[in-house]
Design a protein around this ligand. Structure first.
Ligand SMILES: Cc1cc2nc3c(=O)[nH]c(=O)nc-3n(C[C@H](O)[C@H](O)[C@H](O)COP(=O)(O)OP(=O)(O)OC[C@H]3O[C@@H](n4cnc5c(N)ncnc54)[C@H](O)[C@@H]3O)c2cc1C
Length: 71
C-alpha cells in the first residue's frame, strides 16, 4: 500500500510505469479523508492537487484576525 501525493510542479518525481488503484483529485479535507480510507483499504492511491503547498498555520495569513481587521 503506497500513497503518492503530487502537486502540479512535482509530477516528474513519480516513478515510471507506476499504476494506481485509485486517483483522488483534490487534497482538501474531503480528498484527504478519501485518500486515507482508500489507503487503509489497501489501495495504491494517487492524490493530485492543482494548488500550491499550504503549510499548516504559517500559510493562514488571516487566522486569528478579528472581522474588523479583514479587508
Ligand atoms: C478562511 C477559512 C477558514 C476556515 N476555517 C475552518 C475551521 O477553522 N474549521 C473547519 O472545520 N473548517 C474551516 N473552514 C472550512 C474548511 O476549510 C472547508 O469546509 C473544507 O476545506 C472543505 O473541504 P473540501 O475538501 O471540500 O475543499 P477544499 O479544502 O477547498 O479542497 C479542495 C482541493 O481541491 C483542489 N482542486 C480543486 N480543483 C482541482 C482540480 N481541477 N485539479 C486538482 N485539484 C483541484 C484545490 O486546490 C483544493 O486543494 C474554513 C474555510 C475558510 C475559507
Amino acid at each position: 500500500m503506497e500513497i503518492y501525493y503530487v502537486q502540479s510542479r512535482q509530477v516528474a518525481r513519480l516513478p515510471e510505469n507506476v499504476e494506481f488503484d485509485a486517483i483522488v483529485i483534490g487534497s482538501g479535507a474531503t480528498g484527504g479523508w478519501a485518500a486515507r480510507e482508500l489507503c487503509e483499504a489497501g489501495l495504491d492511491t494517487l492524490m493530485l492537487d492543482r494548488g500550491r503547498m499550504v503549510e499548516h498555520r504559517q500559510d493562514y495569513p488571516t487566522e486569528g484576525l478579528g472581522a474588523f481587521a479583514l479587508p
